[in-house]
Design a protein around this ligand. Sequence first.
Ligand code: PMP
Length: 294
Amino acid sequence: MAKSFENRDGWIWMDGSFIPWKKATSHVITQGLHYASSVFEGERAYNGKIFKSQEHTDRLFKSAEIVGINIPFTKEDINKAKDLLLEKMDLKNCYVRPIVWRGSNQMGISTSEADIHVAIAVWDDWASYFKIEDRLDGIKLITSPWKRPSPETAPCHAKASGPYIICTMSKEFAEKKGYHDALMLDYRNYVAEGTGANIFFVKDKTIHTPIADCFLNGITRQTVIKMVTKQGFDLIEKHILPNEIKNYDEAFLTGTAAEITPIKSIDNIKYTTGKNTISFKFMNDFTDLVHSSI
Ligand code: PMP
């Protein structure tokens, strides 16, 4: 069992200063906890530099704006705090988690008196979100009974905590049945994404991915689209129906935590995996890319 997050050593940047990890607590009566009034980011540092740090900071502020939170710091403050925290924690390859939440000033749904807090933590034991042996072998997905909601129902382009309960329920559904992750369809029954990552399919030299019109247009997704297009692959963004996915040769997930993770099956549909696949090549190319942008 991994070490509990509350019982670690180190530093957390919270509301403008560095405080000991174990003291970075919040009261149980907190709006962010009760009503999921919070937004966050998930980033990765490679060799001491955060990959797409500015893009993640921009998304954090965009997410906050979408859910009506005014972050009491500038983007420069947040970028600087992330870099200083990496140095203070003496970590070069790690996961970076900024979070913004409504605090304890006010209880209930109203936000009129709400106090806003910001914290950043970094840790290095998410070196691989899926176990490396599972990534090399390809992971198994099952279709979730939970759907991504319509943009009129949820703030689908914000990385907001609230909608993550759909991902958590889907992931639990999959893990209890012995799968690594779930494939979520959207409210129209189109293929959407994994529980914490976007999805791509390969057919010959063409790469297909669902249109990000009701889920996060991941920063990794955007990076991979640029990478494969530059390599001369055709990239098609389209609405994909569940009964079409059997026609693809390969499939893979993309995300900051998952990086590129090949998929070996979705329900009873099998995909080609292994060292000779395009997904495997992309996995290695992506590793080179994140290290070369330093
Ligand atoms: N979808 C969901 C639900 C996610 O949690 C993530 C991870 N943030 C992604 C997609 C991929 O986003 P990114 O590539 O920016 O990490």
